[in-house]
Ligand binder design. Structure first.
Ligand code: GDP
Length: 471
């Protein structure tokens, strides 16, 4: 969900390696080396063509990125109007605005766009994202240098008015503006984007965008289904991802490795509480309107789902579990109440013989903005969930999509009621995701298959009737 990121120039601390022109000290990324022993599901191998394109990307990032010679001479370090064309290097800047799940989806989509269009991805993280991830690209950095001329303005209305592609198209239509290709364009793709902004996803406009050396992408969702719907990219995407059901799984594991600090917290909790169980079950309970959504209505959906599909107990509540595997249940939620209820229902306090232990790593109360330690806890919860053998997630929640994508486990998505979706008695309480692909919540109308249901690479989402996902 959208929250305003407060990030004033004064409070903005320089990110670790944000351009001093020097190389960051080489640091090993422990999670990258160790994670396979925590994520139980064996990842499918990276398709060989994807692997070769990633290696090519890494070479490009080293050659063009902030620590390279060429960046210092060609990047837009001068005045606002002095935007160099970057030589043969082109860039796409990602700037976040919502919660961590949304950001990871937005960044994954932006990276794939960079891969397809031979650009270099740079991130405009604020201090609230500091130290969550290892640098993804060897011997380089993905941080946008502090010297970037428009830092702190990239999401303002003024910047959008002057630089957005949608506004440029509108001006062209209204005044016949025939200005030549600019050096920088903002691509505004947030949920409230307008009909002009959406034209970015039209094939006929990619030629123009391709000539612009600097793109700033404002987006926090998973727009990859739209890329698959574009002729410009379809055949290359099919080569990169012969199996379209694991696009996100490959991208998220390649890009996002917990930093050593985050990894210490994740493995510390895992070893202390989850490691011993023979089966791990993760519940991710996200209620968007907690004040207007009765706790009992949410719990009803969760219990009908778990009972119907026997996700915790083999048959009914009463069955003895003497011969069952020992289980741990992790409850990830902003609220403590769901943990307490699930613990009361299944945990050892009430039924010591069950061998089920229930845990919660944090309960933050509500979503915070601009808070690094809050984001660290969110990252820890996402990663702990992804060690699960069985995952139960919440409808519409990007947090759950990310956990399932890293885990490589198809989640059971519980249809969480809210004032806008009261969830009828005939509707099933949950649906098993058909694959690991996240749902794109606000595609443009022209990305839907026509006529509906005619297949192609995209189809309906399990949890959002107006969304699109790769199928
Ligand atoms: P979405 O809003 O569910 O799509 O997920 P986002 O990750 O984009 O935004 C929700 C934000 O609220 C997260 O990034 C966290 O900051 C916080 N949050 C929501 N659920 C949890 C949770 O289970 N655990 C923790 N630690 N934070 C959560």
């Amino acid at each position: 969900v959208l929250i305003a990121t407060v990030c004033s120039p004064i409070s903005y601390l320089p990110l670790k390696f944000a351009l001093s022109g020097t190389k960051p000290p080489e640091q090993t990324c422990e999670s990258r080396e160790q994670r396979s022993s925590y994520l139980k599901h064996r990842s499918p191998e990276l398709p060989p063509y994807l692997l070769s394109k990633l290696q090519e990307y890494e070479r490009r990032h080293r050659r063009c990125g902030p620590l390279s010679e060429s960046f210092n001479t060609t990047s837009p370090l001068g005045t606002h109007n002095d935007f160099s064309d970057g030589g043969d290097c082109k860039f796409v800047v990602y700037t976040p605005s919502q919660g961590l799940g949304n950001r990871i989806l937005g960044l994954s989509s932006t990276f794939l766009y960079a891969l397809l269009t031979n650009r270099v991805l740079l991130v405009d993280f604020g201090p609230d994202m500091e130290d969550l991830f290892c640098e993804p690209f060897p011997n380089s950095t993905w941080y946008l240098p502090e010297t970037f001329p428009f830092l702190f303005q990239l999401q303002t209305h003024r910047f959008r008015a002057s630089y957005s592609y949608g506004n440029l198209l509108k001006r062209k239509e209204e005044d016949g503006d025939s200005s030549s290709s600019p050096a920088l364009l903002q691509i505004f793709l947030q949920d409230k984007y307008n009909e002009y902004d959406k034209l970015f996803f039209k094939d006929e406009n990619q030629g123009f965008v391709e000539r612009v050396p600097w793109l700033v992408l404002i987006h926090d969702g998973y727009f990859i289904p739209c890329l698959f719907q574009m002729q410009s990219f379809r055949s290359e995407l099919e080569k990169l991802f012969p199996d379209q059901e694991t696009v996100f799984h490959h991208l998220v594991k390649y890009l996002f490795s917990p930093s050593n600090q985050a990894w210490g917290q994740i493995t510390g909790f895992y070893e202390a509480y989850l490691a011993k169980a023979e089966e791990r079950i993760g519940f991710q309970i996200r209620v968007f309107e907690p004040k207007q959504t009765p706790f009992t209505a949410v719990m009803k959906q969760i219990t009908s789902c778990t009972q119907k599909h026997r996700l915790i107990l083999p048959q009914s509540d009463e069955v003895t579990l003497r011969n069952e595997k020992s289980k741990s249940i992790l409850v990830a939620s902003l609220s403590r109440k769901y943990y307490e209820e699930i613990d009361w229902m299944y945990g050892t306090r009430r039924r010591q013989s069950t061998g089920i232990a229930v845990y919660q790593a944090s309960h933050e109360g509500k979503q915070h903005s601009g808070d690094n330690s809050h984001n660290m806890k969110a990252w820890m919860d996402i990663y702990l969930l992804s060690t699960s053998d069985v995952l139960v997630t919440s409808s519409m929640s990007t947090f759950g999509y990310v956990a399932a994508g890293i885990a490589g486990v198809k989640p059971w998505i519980v249809m969480i009621p809210d004032p806008y979706h009261p969830r009828g008695a005939n509707e099933s309480a949950c649906e098993r995701a058909i694959n690991l692909e996240p749902c794109f919540h606000f595609p443009p109308w022209f990305a839907y298959p026509d006529p509906p249901g005619t297949g192609g690479p995209v189809g309906r989402c399990e949890d959002v009737s107006w969304g699109l996902k790769l199928v």
